[in-house]
Design a protein around this ligand. Structure first.
Ligand code: COA
Length: 156
């Protein structure tokens, strides 16, 4: 598996994975996805096998009162590629980008019913920091997960 930063040529394949992984209303629209991957304060990592896009992850960051904070917009792995550590490696890559941006915390929303994703985040040291009812849709709560980043680690 090759891990590399996103380029504009990846967009169609990236969005095809989004369409497989999420159904409306949870799916990002094309325009919003284009905005996310091209924003100056964001990084998108691609996992690629034999020239085919196997997964991707997007992180963005902004300055808050307590310092720079990073937010994982999404991590998505094509169904046939799951369970081999791709999601885990993508998570490490976006954390690396957040550290490079000097972020001191990283956080995300996850569907309270998405147990696979929750296991992945907890295995990487994220803790549940809140719950927002009806975040994804009526009756579908979102959980907030967060982790402090050690910006003095060698990953800088
Ligand atoms: C959540 C998601 C990104 C996880 O991706 P993934 O590539 O399957 O993640 P990993 O392979 O790193 O970890 C998944 C499991 O495989 C196991 N695993 C990792 N490497 C492995 C390997 N080499 N061999 C066998 N198992 C392995 C992990 O221990 C983990 O097991 P667990 O779920 O029992 O804890 C993926 O399920 C997905 O794309 N879901 C749909 C989109 C989504 O919901 N994204 C989250 C948005 S918040």
């Amino acid at each position: 598996m090759l891990y590399r930063p996103y380029t504009a040529n990846d967009f169609a394949a990236l969005y095809a994975v989004e369409e497989i992984c999420f159904q409306p209303p949870s799916r990002f629209g094309r325009g919003y996805m284009r905005h996310l991957v091209s924003a100056a304060n964001s990084a998108t990592w691609i996992a690629e096998e034999d020239g085919a896009l196997a997964g991707f992850a997007i992180v963005e960051w902004s300055r808050r009162r307590g310092g720079i904070s990073a937010y994982i917009q999404t991590i998505e792995v094509a169904p046939e590629q799951r369970g081999h550590g791709v999601g885990s490696e993508l998570l490490c890559r976006v954390e690396g980008s957040a550290r490079t941006a000097q972020a001191v915390t990283i956080w995300l929303h996850v569907d309270a019913q998405n147990l696979q994703a929750i296991r992945l985040y907890e295995a990487h040291g994220y803790g549940c920091a809140g719950r927002e009812e009806d975040y994804y849709a009526s009756g579908r709560a979102g959980l907030l997960y967060a982790k402090r980043l050690n910006t003095e680690s060698p990953a800088n």
